[in-house]
Design a protein around this ligand. Sequence first.
Ligand SMILES: [Ca+2]
Ligand SMILES: [Ca+2]
Ligand SMILES: [Ca+2]
Ligand SMILES: [Ca+2]
Length: 502
Amino acid sequence: MNPSLRSLASVVLVGVSLSSGVSAQTIWFVDDDNCPGGTGTQLDPFCDVQDAIDASVSGDEILVAAGSYGCVNYNGKNVRVVSLAGPDVTTTGGILFINGEGPTAVFDGFTVLGSCTPANNGIRCSGTSPTIANNIIRNHKAGSGAGLYMFNGSSPTILFNTFNDNDAQPTSGKGGAMYISASTPKIEGNVFFRNWAFEDSGGGYGGALYITGSTVELVSNLFDSNWSFDTFSNRGGAIYAINSTLRLRGNTFVDNRSWDGESPFLPPGNVIPGEGGALHLNSCVTTVVNNVFWNDSATSGQEIFVSKGVLNISYSDVELGLPGIAGSGAVNWGAGMVVTDPLLDGSRHLTASSPLIDAGTPLSEFGGVDGDEDPRVLDGDADKVARVDVGWDEWNPTSLTLTGDGALGTSIDLWTEGSPGQVYALAVSFGTGERKYKNFGAILIAPGGLQIVGNGIVPATDSFAIPVMSSLVGLTAYFQSVAISAGQGVGAFSRRVAVTLH
Ligand SMILES: [Ca+2]
Ligand SMILES: [Ca+2]
Ligand SMILES: [Ca+2]
Ligand SMILES: [Ca+2]
């Protein structure tokens, strides 16, 4: 098909229809190609992100070009800081939220390297509730919470980040990716891969997360190959929690390990005991619904160790079943429990033959999106009844991929795939929403100003140009497809993909 002319006309129409909605906020620009720095306009950007923060007031937006930037201290400014080209080509030093920032302080689309403080944590939150989304936080090393350290009544929202290869060592070995004390975070859609709590003297607790005195909501996260690894004792390959209330909905734990082999620091034959390959729960009240625990490893409690407290678990897949859970705490083995190979692919997504498709709770507590931003809930087995899948991934035969960086005057390509013979439609809008459609999932883009910019038979690419209109700068365009089998009443909405125009 040849949609370019129609699509171009549609996007111009969208631009015109939404131009009246642009707010009076200031949009600042940053690019390390313009050092030592200008005035923060698009033609004369600041050199560093901190320069833009210093110039901004709450409500402003800061658009950051590809490049390498220093430590960022929000200094109480509730501003949205977003990278234009994504985390693979845009790096910062550490990030500080320590002056009362709220949910509209947004940090979106960077790789965090380095730290702002001698404690060496990548990100620190003290008494704040920022939104931290779509970042890569990797290769940090600090005694506790190498990637992110939160304490003192923080309640951040942590969305769709990747935490990998962070290492809690050497002084305490608590939480390679994250340390959570006296806080109430929401942690959704993140990937925790190969983080370590590594200590050669005191104990390795929580390869990915260490949680104390907190109330934590974990939704649709993947915990893959995290380790607690110490000379003397190991607790929680992925998560160690003490004196906390946890609610886990739709997470997947696979290949985590609370080290149960010989010590690397002691003479041969000295085997270290590990408790809880995925979770170690000490005096917690924990509710687990729709989670996968598979192929984790420990001396005691291959999947979960409950040391005092209560674990209520339902509609989840636990390798070994009840024997995969050890400890003296109470375990309430609820409805819908299964013991079955989840048949994950190499990226830990469900495959078409997985027994976990449409095997989750029949209750309607799930909404929003899964760990790769597909709509929850979808009818994955095409029986005209939508039911949630078990684990971080909702299986979806409809996919949408975006290519393009959103610069005015350039093109965006969108590739829609679906099941053979399905028809599709592709839409764009400049806001988000959630309107559910029975068995098809949900429209996740705002209905106001929504325009259809492609349709036909899958698979197909729609390609079109962004008009050169200054009123579009700073707006985020959200795209979503739906593919359906005509006459059969089955199909699904794709994930939502986005690009910020500049
Ligand atoms: Ca640059
Ligand atoms: Ca179904
Ligand atoms: Ca489903
Ligand atoms: Ca999915």
